[in-house]
Design a protein around this ligand. Sequence first.
Ligand SMILES: O=C(CO)[C@H](O)[C@H](O)COP(=O)(O)O
Length: 230
Amino acid sequence: MMRKMNLKKMAAEKAVEYVEDGMRVGLGTGSTAYWAIKRIGERVREGMTIQAVATSKASEKLAAEEGIPLVPFHQLDGLDLTIDGADEVNPELSLIKGGGGALLREKIVAYHSKQLIIIADEHKVVNTLGAFPLPVEIIPFAHEWTLGSLEKLGCSPQLRTDNDQLYVTDNGNYIADCRFGEIADPAKLHQQLLYIPGVVDNGLFIGMADRAVIADSDGTVKIMERPLNR
Ligand SMILES: O=C(CO)[C@H](O)[C@H](O)COP(=O)(O)O
C-alpha cells in the first residue's frame, strides 16, 4: 500500500493542474496543502505568473520560501481559485476543517474565491460529518462561558493545547474541539454555533467547495464535484 504522505502529494499535485497563468490563488494550510504550495512553487519557478494569498502564517512562510508572489489583500478584489485540505469531506462536499487551526482565515479566503478545490486522501471521505471533532474558534474573553454555551449544544468541548500551553490561533484566539458525534444537519449546527457570542467561526464549510481531489490507496486520484442542487 502507498504511504499516506504520497497520497496527499498525489491529490495536491493533481489539483495544482487547475492553476492557470495569471490566476489569483489562495493557498491552504496543513500537511496536504503543503504539497500544493510546493508544486505551485515549482510551476512559478518554471515561469507561471500568479498572485497569491495565504491562509496562515505557516503557509505564508512556506510560499515565500518557494518564491511564490504573495500580495496584500487590499490589492485584490477576490481570488480565482483556492486549494486547501480538509479533515472530513462528505458526498455533498460539506467539510470539517480546522484541524490545523487555520479555519477562520481559510473560510475568509474560500468565501472570496470563485472556486475552492479540496485536496485529501481517501481517509478523509465520510458519509456523515462528525467523527472528527469540530474545531470552533472562540475569543479568549470569558471563554469559560463560551465553552459552557457550546456544551449546551450537545458536545463536550476540549480547549486545544500545544505542548501543554493553550493553543492560540494566528488571530489570537482559542480553539475548542467539539465532539458532536454524527452531525445530521451541518447547516443548522453552523447557524447555532455562530449565534453564540464569543464564537468567531467554526470548521463547518457548507456549500463552499466546488470539487474535491481525492487520492486513493490504489494509486488513483478521483475528482468529486459538488452536486448542482446545492
Ligand atoms: O483545515 C485545515 C487547517 O486548519 C487543514 O486543511 C486540515 O486540518 C487538513 O490538514 P491535513 O492536510 O494536514 O490533514
